[in-house]
Write a protein that binds this ligand. Structure first.
Ligand code: GRF
Length: 198
């Protein structure tokens, strides 16, 4: 059984999509939901599902990323995960931390990478006049939003779309893509998955 730790910073809708998919004959189970914000709404959602939770608040570290990440690393090691899923985790991890978990850490990003690494992906797609948007699950490497792609899902950009309306459509696609990629990985299949436009 693959042991999965999920890192969040906010409401955790991707975390719940992952957690709710890991039931029955699924070859993975969530062993920890960890947040850098003790007030993250996703912690209560994980708790309600009986998943162990923890918080390592980044603020008391006052920018000392090495010390913050050492605490994060220790909390993760205690749960012994085989795989870490970043799900709306909004801290940029250092090269050193990524190197310790390389090949065992994946992330979901709300754009069709390599387009629009970083933030404000939906506003940038609308500004560019794109007719299609989407999301990407990729392996985490030291360069931000740059690792090998494990899956993508596409959505149409509609007339009158705002960053919020597009974000809502992409988030729905995220909730389909991330569990599908996780299931493949847990079954030992690293082949890229492309979900067609809906
Ligand atoms: C998602 O759009 C994710 O792609 C991005 O942050 C958002 C988090 O949503 N990194 P949630 O916390 O999973 O609801």
């Amino acid at each position: 059984m693959m042991r999965v730790a999920i890192l969040i910073s906010g409401g955790g809708s991707n975390m719940t999509a992952l957690a709710d998919s890991m039931t029955g004959d699924h070859p993975a189970r969530p062993v920890l939901v960890l947040s850098n914000r003790p007030d993250a709404g996703g912690l209560a959602r994980a708790d309600a599902r009986g998943i162990p939770t923890a918080a390592v608040d980044h603020r008391p570290y006052k920018g000392d990323r090495a010390a913050f990440e050492a605490a994060l690393h220790d909390t993760l090691c205690a749960a012994q995960p085989d795989l870490i899923c970043l799900a709306g985790f909004m801290r940029v991890l250092t090269e050193g931390f990524v190197a310790r978990w390389q090949g065992r850490m994946i992330n979901i990003h709300p754009s069709l990478l390599p387009k629009y690494r970083g933030l404000d992906t939906h506003a940038r797609a609308l500004e560019a006049g794109d007719t299609e948007a989407g999301c990407t699950v990729h392996e985490v490497t030291p360069a931000l939003d740059d690792g090998p792609i494990l899956g993508q899902a596409r959505v149409p950009v509609r007339a009158g779309d705002t960053p919020d309306s597009l974000a809502a459509r992409v988030l729905e696609a995220e909730h389909r893509l991330y569990p599908a990629v996780l299931r493949r990985l847990a079954e030992g299949d690293r082949k890229r998955l492309d979900l067609p436009q809906r």
